[in-house]
Design a protein around this ligand. Structure first.
Ligand SMILES: Cc1cc2nc3c(=O)[nH]c(=O)nc-3n(C[C@H](O)[C@H](O)[C@H](O)COP(=O)(O)OP(=O)(O)OC[C@H]3O[C@@H](n4cnc5c(N)ncnc54)[C@H](O)[C@@H]3O)c2cc1C
Length: 421
């Protein structure tokens, strides 16, 4: 019999399985999709490497440092800051300390007036001091309220923080917990952001290496029997002494009866191929005007190799799940890109794909952490792992997998202890 069956091969499940495998346990991962990775996957379309939505890695995440061999991921650091777009007007918001080339542009930026630049520098100095996990404690409020309390101007908040952190929290209203804002800001200060040359999917592939994984098998029901748990699956029944449910929240609820009560946030991505260079900018592009586009990124400028030689890859992020069909959405996004680059350049773009992700993250308003479920479930021998026990993101998923594995290892030691010992 298996020691542990892990249901779900996203980062949380893979991390849990790897921790258990390394501790010598017989562990198998069952993944419903044809491949592992969950929300962290990449695919190649016409020679372009597309991630499942635009996401980046913060190498300073503590769990990333513990779990991943960063050297083997072939990471390309992204330039700090962003280029803020208002039509054809572009303002650079960079970090001159980490990217001296940004000095002139940042000093002259109309997005962050001098007083705001000084306040951001003061904020950075404050947030560098505590241990990162301490930033997740203490009083909470919305990110917008926190930024205002720091004295940042409405212009700085609207033109930079709203679209920049909108791209991270997948909502532009800055209603996300200020604790998370402080944590992410610190992660950016400590290690910036990076993209693996071969796509974000290499994170999942690295975690999956050497594990017993069966894909294309969905777990439909769990029945505890005291000494073991039976998993009913689309490929038959399977027994294990313990089961870790590392699925999305809805599936976890179906399997364990535990309701997370979390609200999912959707987002939509359009990928375009360009036959010539339209914009040499390597930084994240933020749309400071009202519109569908929140942010965009010429990924092939930042990470050569993500597009075939001589071609270019543009990734566009639209927050939420727009009502338009794909063709109408493409037309509307192109109209916005025309305001940046002119109709002729926008007309040369070829749509490679549109990805609508109904549950990309969950909403994390102030004090959200108090509402998160723990690892225990009402089913004996069944534990929960996934970002839902920690925080929405790569750090939360890995941390959750580590902790669930740790609990299982403790339990297995107790179970295998001789009577009376
Ligand atoms: C577009 C986008 C952008 C993001 N940007 C960032 C970012 O920049 N930084 C960051 O830190 N995080 C980001 N995230 C969040 C991050 O990707 C997730 O937090 C993390 O991948 C969640 O991992 P997980 O293992 O908890 O869940 P998932 O990745 O959802 O994995 C769950 C797995 O369980 C499988 N499964 C479900 N039900 C069953 C079943 N019954 N039987 C078997 N298998 C099942 C699913 O197929 C899936 O593979 C982003 C996410 C998206 C989608």
């Amino acid at each position: 019999m298996l020691d542990v069956l892990v249901v779900g091969g996203g980062l949380a499940g893979l991390c849990a399985a790897r921790t258990l495998h390394r501790a010598g346990r017989r562990v198998r991962v069952l993944e419903a999709a044809p491949e592992v990775g969950g929300r962290v996957r990449s695919r190649v379309v016409d020679g372009f490497t597309l991630d499942a939505g635009f996401q980046v890695l913060f190498p300073a995440y503590p769990a990333v440092q513990r779990q991943l061999n960063l050297g083997a991921l072939d990471l390309v650091p992204l330039l700090p800051g962003a280029a803020v777009r208002r039509g054809t007007q572009v303002d650079l918001v960079g970090d001159p300390l980490r990217d001296p080339r940004a000095l002139v542009g940042t000093l002259g930026s109309r997005v962050l007036p001098l007083a705001d630049k000084l306040r951001v520098a003061r904020l950075a100095a404050q947030l560098r001091l505590p241990a990162p996990h301490a930033l997740l404690r203490g009083g909470d409020e919305t990110t917008e309220a926190y930024l205002r309390r720091q004295g940042l101007s409405e212009q700085a908040v609207d033109l930079f923080f709203r679209p920049f952190f909108g791209g991270i929290f997948l909502r532009r209203d800055l209603s996300t917990s200020a604790r998370l804002f402080r944590y992410y800001f610190r992660m950016l200060l400590d290690g910036g952001a990076a993209l693996p040359r071969e796509g974000m999917g290499v994170l999942s592939a690295q975690l999956a290496t050497g594990l017993d994984i069966v894909t294309g098998v969905q777990v439909t029901h769990l029945s505890p029997h005291g000494t073991h748990v039976t998993a009913a699956t689309t490929a038959g029944d399977l027994d294990a002494r313990q089961i870790i449910v590392a699925t999305d929240p809805r599936s976890a609820q179906d399997l364990t009866g535990e309701s997370t009560g979390l609200t999912g946030i959707g987002s939509t991505y359009l990928y375009y191929a360009a036959p010539r260079e339209i914009d040499p900018e390597k930084r994240l592009l933020l749309n400071a005007e009202p519109g569908l586009i929140n942010n965009a990124h010429w990924t092939s400028q930042a990470v050569p190799g993500r597009a075939p030689a001589g071609q270019h890859l543009l990734s566009v992020t639209v927050l939420g799940l727009p009502a338009q069909d794909d063709a109408a959405l493409d037309t509307a996004v192109r109209a916005e890109l025309s305001r940046w680059y002119g109709a002729q350049a926008a007309g040369t773009l070829r749509l490679l794909g549109t990805e609508r992700i109904p549950y990309a993250q969950y909403a994390q308003p102030p004090e959200y952490a108090h509402t998160l479920p723990g690892h225990a479930t009402a089913l004996s021998g069944v534990l929960l792992a996934s970002e839902v026990t920690a925080m929405s993101g790569i750090q939360g998923a890995l941390e959750s997998g580590e902790k669930a594995a740790g609990i299982v290892l403790g339990d297995l030691v107790i179970q295998s202890r001789p009577r009376g010992a």
